[in-house]
Design a protein around this ligand. Sequence first.
Ligand code: PA5
Length: 478
Amino acid sequence: MSYKTREWRNSMRVTVDYNNMMSKFLGEKGIKDFELRAVKDEAEAAFNYVKANRGRDELFMGWTELPYNQDEIVADILATAKEVRKNFKYFVVLGIGGSALGPIMAFNALCHLHYNELPQSKRKGPKFYVEDNVDPVRMAALLDVIEPDKTCFNVISKSGATSETMTQYLIISDILKKAGVDVAKNMIFTTDAAKGNLNKIDASLGGKVKKYILPDGVGGRFSELCPVGLLPAAVLGIDIKGMLAGAAYMDALCSKPQISKNPALACAALQYITMKQGKNINVLMPYSDNLKLMADWYCQLWAESLGKAVDYEGKVVNAGTTPVKSLGVTDQHSQVQLYTEGPYDKVITFISVGQYATEMPIPHGCEDIPDVGFLGGHTMQELIQAENKATAYALMIAGRMNYTINLPEVNAFTLGQLMFLLELQTAYTGAMLNINTFNQPGVENGKKATFALLGKKGYEGQKAQMDAAPEIDDKYIV
Ligand code: PA5
């Protein structure tokens, strides 16, 4: 690894503190050491399963190798990003699910929080938008603020058959064509190597679209560290080599089969134990506006990976816990009441930051009003960190399980670590549950029903089935 010095990397190590999960702090409500020991073999088996299947495309485990096998792609992406920055005023990602949540998350984490409002001289790249819905109001709003001919559209879709993304493509390409613009010049496709409709579309455009490959063995929700996420990040001037180095660093930190020596395995074991206790809600609560959308990205990773009807033996297990996104300190004034006094059905994961990118001193003032005066002379970092500690403490005192992922600061290297930690945690948990972590059969039924409703050829049977459903009963409409 040639990323900065070893000392720097070690100073940026992401750690997990799970004291507040344990009976030492929570008493009867906490996990006892023997309970952790009791899942030791299952955790080790999960570790061995993930290790043995690393990189296997047919199992959708190609993501484990992304930190190591992309030197050429990274060089190409950096060159393309430079061209995009030179030639375009706007960069728009068209994608959904795994093709969108990663790019938005990295943008939020590593760019100015009001990036698009900054003057061009203060931005590293073009204005940036990720369109991950088919709400017509949103599409119209986008078209109000971009100039399509000066926009690079990155269409990200493995299948090229996702209705939402392809609808966006149809609208944008129509606008470009009508404006006399060569569609291929304003497009970059990130898609399957050979299969998929975007390859056909490229061929119809003369094979001139710049394309990046979404590797075979990498599913959407595990794709942020391949061109899906790397290209948009590079266009924004994000240090993508740093992100990959961070992922590799976390991979090395997770190379042992013992819970006490592998942070992702520790998190997986904690989630697994608490799941078995019936704790069905898994809250991710970063204390950082930069990591707000990390919680969105994580919700998809966790929900789509672990929400499964059957295990590998075909036994009905209805696995999974419900991920909830929360933001510190904002949601202290919204959800923490429930976390502290509601049902004992949650595990709260905090993400804490050691050093925020900016410091903001709190001036003295209002000395005669004690409720306000005490704040003067502190800093906003002190306040947010104190509130983070205080919330963890209050939950602990109330017997509520919580643990903390500590980031020394939010940068490309620590973000890469955090992503890989959460990906490994998800893979280990899925292996402990003996389920297929990497498929998403439950999403298909909704897709098929949409096709049927919109009259797609081949879905007549589905349409007939839907028509045969009971008539809507007015008595249930109020
Ligand atoms: O995680 C996933 O696999 C999904 O969220 C997909 O990324 C999403 O459905 C988009 O699929 P596609 O890339 O084929 O457009």
